[in-house]
Design a binder for this molecule. Structure first.
Ligand SMILES: Nc1nc2c(c(=O)[nH]1)N[C@@H](CN(C=O)c1ccc(C(=O)N[C@@H](CCC(=O)O)C(=O)O)cc1)CN2
Ligand code: GAR
Length: 197
């Protein structure tokens, strides 16, 4: 059973989807620690209600690495973590950090593209499909190997909040699915491309 750490910044519905999947026996792993860079993140309450250790750490990836090593973490999941990881953390966990992004990468991603900013940009550009992406985290923001993407038709929507809600439904499906695949050793990377075996 793999040891999982989840990093958050906000409400934690993506975190909750992993908690629920673990409790349902769908993931061969256990969340050992939830780290937030914001004191008031509701996701911290979600973790505490599930009996999961939590910590608030701001701009200190060295401390985060030490906490992860101390707990022998195997997989790090960014679930709405709205800060850029330093090389120190990324280099300590090569191909062991995954992120959920609320668009179809390489569209609408990178610096400044997070949360509602993404859906507002999608709405303003007038694209007819959006979706969510789970990818490995690399030094290039949102540039790591893509693991899974699912698209949705948004041609009937004209509010960013409604786009967000539809994309979140996808997020809550694909994030726990990918975590489960990772814990089962079914994700391989070859030449920067991901294969699910
Ligand atoms: N080195 C990496 N760090 C992070 C990655 C990554 O791929 N490589 N993925 C991001 C997640 N993310 C989108 O998926 C993302 C998060 C935050 C930002 C951003 O511009 N943040 C602002 C601050 C926002 C705030 O605190 O309110 C900033 O840093 O100026 C862009 C993309 C996680 N990190
Ligand atoms: N670039 C990263 C990013 O924008 N992540 C996004 O933050 C939200 C967190 O929601 P949650 O706090 O309810 O899980 C999610 O929509 C996630 O895709």
């Amino acid at each position: 059973m793999l040891k999982i750490a989840v990093m958050i910044s906000g409400g934690g519905t993506d975190l909750q989807s992993i908690i629920d999947a673990c409790q349902a026996g769908k993931i061969n792993g256990q969340i050992e620690l939830v780290v937030s860079n914001r004191q008031k993140a509701y996701g911290l309450e979600r973790a505490q209600k599930a009996g999961i250790e939590t910590a608030v750490v701001k701009k200190n990836d060295a401390l985060i690495v030490s906490m992860f090593k101390e707990r022998q973490i195997d997989l790090v999941v960014l679930a709405g973590y709205l800060a850029i990881l330093t090389d120190e953390l990324i280099d300590a966990y090569p191909n062991q950090i995954i992120n959920i992004h609320p668009s179809l990468i390489p569209s609408f991603c990178g610096a400044g593209m997070y949360g509602m900013h993404v859906h507002e940009a999608v709405l303003n550009r007038g694209v007819k499909v959006s979706g969510a992406t789970v990818h490995f985290v690399s030094r290039e923001i949102d540039g790591g190997p893509i693991i899974k993407q699912v698209a949705c038709d948004i041609s009937d929507l004209d509010k960013a909040e409604d786009i967000q809600a539809r994309v979140l439904e996808i997020e809550h499906q694909i994030l726990p699915e990918v975590v489960g695949l990772y814990c089962d050793g079914r994700i391989q990377i070859e030449n920067g491309r991901v294969k699910v075996i």
